[in-house]
Design a protein around this ligand. Structure first.
Ligand code: GTP
Ligand code: MG
Length: 178
């Protein structure tokens, strides 16, 4: 890896949250950062910003600079500019929203176009707490992830299911990659 940023002699891994508007990117990051979940009014992200988090992998500190992007179509061109120097991408769909799952192939196409070839990608099926409204089965997510050879997890920003684990898995993969 040559395009890493040095910060206080520590490598900062640039990680970007991607996926359709409303899948829960901001909620996932806020849950990971603060442990809190805000239900109720959905306010779509406008623009782009990041949160720094340090996670522990096998007794060493791994710094993640996690960028939250706006999922709405009209902000896509802005988001593309951030792909190029990303080390990892967390690509989300909403398990209660079939369209957001169907759009994952298009997202992976954009990633292929704009991101580095060796970018670490993880597919996340979010809102796994919404049992009765589920529109995408877990196996469908697993199958798609296998097809594209990416890691897969179901998460919930509401219950916290797999939220830390997802970021830990990314940090681990970034630490041990060649
Ligand atoms: P954009 O900023 O427009 O790209 O959307 P986003 O992906 O950041 O979605 P956001 O995190 O704002 O969440 C959208 C809505 O889904 C909000 O009302 C959240 O409260 C809700 N939500 C997010 N994650 C979960 C989850 O895991 N479970 C449930 N039940 N609701 C969730
Ligand atoms: Mg958002």
């Amino acid at each position: 890896q040559t395009d890493v940023i040095e910060d206080n002699e520590q490598i900062v891994h640039k990680t970007i949250l991607l996926g359709d508007s409303g899948v829960g990117k901001t909620s996932l990051l806020v849950k990971f950062d603060t442990g809190k979940f805000q239900s109720g009014n959905f306010s779509a992200t406008v623009g782009i910003g990041f949160t720094n988090k340090v996670v522990s992998v096998d007794q060493t500190r791994v710094k993640l600079q996690i960028w939250d992007t706006a999922g709405q179509e009209r902000f896509r061109s802005v988001t593309h500019a951030y792909y190029r120097d990303a080390h990892a991408l967390l690509l989300l769909y909403d398990v209660t929203n079939k369209t957001s799952f169907d759009n994952i192939r298009a997202w992976l196409g954009e990633i292929r176009e704009y991101a580095q070839d060796d970018v670490v990608i993880m597919l996340l099926g979010n809102k796994a707490d919404c049992g009765s409204n589920r529109a995408v089965r877990r196996e469908e997510g697993e199958r798609l992830a296998r097809e594209y050879n990416v890691t897969f997890m179901e998460t919930s920003a509401k219950s916290g299911q797999n939220v830390e684990l997802a970021f830990l898995a990314i940090a681990r993969e970034l630490k041990y990659r060649q």
